[in-house]
Design a protein around this ligand. Sequence first.
Ligand SMILES: [Fe+2]
Length: 263
Amino acid sequence: MRPPPGPADTAGKQSAFGEAGYLVLPGLLPGPLLDRLLPEVDRWVDEGLRARSIECSVDPAANGLPPLLELEQEAHGELLAFPPLMDVLARLMGGPFAFHHLHSDRHDAQGAGKPWHHDYEPNSGADRSLLMVHALHYLGGLDETMGSLVVLPGSHREPAGKDALAHLGTAELPGEAVIAGLPPGSTVLINSALFHARRPAPGGNGRPRYFVDASYCQTGARWRPVKPYWRHMLARARELDLGRGRWPDLFDERHFTEYAGTA
Ligand SMILES: [Fe+2]
């Protein structure tokens, strides 16, 4: 795994991120925030709120709005615009950016992996120079019993379909980087166009993996939303003032196209 640059090394961070397409921020999230996030994830999963939000995404006509959004949970809302995260994002983006979506989940230790894929969404200008960044938060960290995140450094620079490598499953690829040992509260920022996979742990009998991912996109074109209720989501984020008045573009509808289903 490539060692992350030091916190003051802004130029180093930008160039490492531009070149490799990812940046590891070990222990970015403080303990008190994690202590509030973990029970929110448990509730989100155990009370069926996650399942309900998926139903509403799949069939909005039948299911309407979800009863609760991830970002309406207090600690999740705080995580979305956590100031140290936003500061790094602002430097990587080099300009204003908008919030795209937030997902929260708890993966069983025995769970299957996720094949190689990327998550870059199209924008109205078909402008691939505009950055989309996913923040992958590993609330309980990552160890060898939880499976690993594998990335293909540099792969974000070649245009490809999201599932162009899916036929390879989670197989080891030449040049890949394995991210398997992270302390609690670690975040991995990836260029959303970077190919990555979740490789299951052999045996897989460890602790569950608490995983929250949030994505952000550089302004300059209109981005494709992934949730049919995206306007409601942005409106609730504005009402809750999750950006604390600091990020005027973060929840602005003008950065999005109409919802057109899943890709
Ligand atoms: Fe992904």
